[in-house]
Design a protein around this ligand. Structure first.
Ligand SMILES: Cc1ncc(COP(=O)(O)O)c(C=O)c1O
Length: 388
């Protein structure tokens, strides 16, 4: 989670540049006579997509907006179904519901990623898109999911909110499916305060997403903005220049952030693995992958034991991250407030039993660059009080 931990002079310098050299212009487009060629959002999009080795990047106001704009770019609407997974942040479902489509929820497997068999069993004639989530930055089986999407002619949008800087076989998460959606909210590895990005190699999809996020504007270079062409209605999800400037500085720190987190996590992983062998199961990282590593997840044998672990950790001043304390926001079994989910799945309490079991036995520890050297000893001490 260190994006916000590393905020400093570099972000300030990028923002100051807008005031010193671009007359403080905040709109991402136009105002050419005032801004001296400074376009921070466009530059952020270019540098981010280049870093991900992807053709297009579109910056938006949040990760939730990125998902909605991505779905809109694919033409998802009423009557369509979109499959995602039981373990995600509620935002993934909200984006689907906002488009008027029906969210369909697949189970997760014991490694807390989307269960590919469950996902395939839910495909119908109405399925328009699949949104697998690289939850907590561990790559899911994205290659199998993309193959399933291709087989059935269904688009894949990767929810890469947690996966910024993570790789599978050297390739950035977010570039396997048709689109990748990132969150730059304040708790993410790269932050712009609030913000998000959609990346894609498909120029037609990028064009549709770009115009949807800007009221339908096609930004036709032949026309003035007020006479601009359009093919459909849109909304306003434009990022401001200050957010773009912030993101540029953060992007330059991304490698350092991910490398630092991975080092700390692998150190704590191996200590816990040897101290609690047979008592805990550490979440696995797929072969040939590099996770974003801002959380360390382990599983114990019962939900009661997971809660005891959390309480013991809290006593040592260590809070957990999402699991188990924030399950109600991250598990579909709790989302009775979303009618579209109830209509599709009925009783949510009984619907995702295996997912519920895996999640309620899980404990997640935050990893940050500020992790102190006494972190692992404190974790070991507190867990010993309940596990041994
Ligand atoms: C899996 C997932 N998807 C989407 C989002 C939404 O991102 P944002 O907070 O930028 O709207 C989040 C936010 O935490 C998330 O965890």
């Amino acid at each position: 989670m260190p994006g916000f931990e590393l905020v400093g002079q570099e972000e300030l310098a990028e923002i100051s540049d807008i005031f010193s050299n671009a007359n403080g212009v905040q709109f991402r487009l136009g105002f050419d006579q005032l801004r001296n060629g400074i376009f921070k959002v466009a530059q952020f999009e270019n540098e981010f997509s280049k870093k991900m080795n992807c053709k297009h990047g579109l910056a938006v106001t949040s990760g939730t907006a990125a998902l909605k704009v991505a779905l809109k770019a694919l033409g998802v609407g009423p009557g369509d179904e979109v499959i995602t997974q039981a373990f995600t942040f509620v935002a993934t479902i909200e984006a689907i519901v906002e488009c008027g489509a029906t969210p369909v929820i697949a189970q997760i497997d014991d490694n807390l990623d989307i269960d590919v068999k469950s996902l395939e069993s839910l495909i119908t004639q109405k399925t328009k898109a699949i949104i697998p989530v690289h939850m907590l930055g561990v790559p899911c089986d994205i290659k199998s999911i993309v193959a399933i999407g291709k087989k059935h002619g269904i688009k894949v949008i990767e929810d890469t909110a947690w996966g910024c800087g993570a790789l599978l076989e050297g390739q950035a998460l977010g570039t396997f499916g048709d689109m990748g959606c990132f969150s730059f909210d304040y708790a993410k590895a790269l932050t712009t305060g609030e913000g998000g990005m959609i990346i894609t190699n498909n120029s037609d999809i990028d064009f549709r997403a770009r115009s949807y996020h800007d009221h339908g504007h096609e930004n036709n270079p032949e026309l003035k903005r007020w006479e601009d062409s359009r093919h459909g209605s849109g909304f306003n999800y434009r990022m401001t220049e200050m957010q773009g400037a912030f993101g540029l500085a953060q992007l330059r720190k991304l490698d350092r952030i991910i490398a630092g987190q991975r080092n700390i996590k692998s150190e704590v992983d191996s200590i816990l693995g040897s101290e609690f062998s047979g008592k805990i199961r550490l979440r696995k990282t797929p072969k040939n992958s590099q996770e974003s590593a801002d959380a360390l997840v382990f599983q114990v044998e019962s939900p009661a034991l997971a809660l005891s672990c959390r309480n013991a950790l809290l006593k040592e001043g260590i809070s957990t991250k999402i699991l188990p304390e924030a399950l109600t926001w991250h598990f579909a079994g709790h989302w009775n407030h979303i009618p579209a989910l109830l209509n599709r799945h009925g009783n949510l309490e009984n619907e995702f039993k295996t997912s519920r079991q895996y999640l309620s036995c899980s404990v997640s520890l935050p990893i940050s660059l500020n992790t102190k050297s006494d972190f692992a000893p404190k974790v070991v001490k507190s867990l010993k009080s309940v596990l041994i």
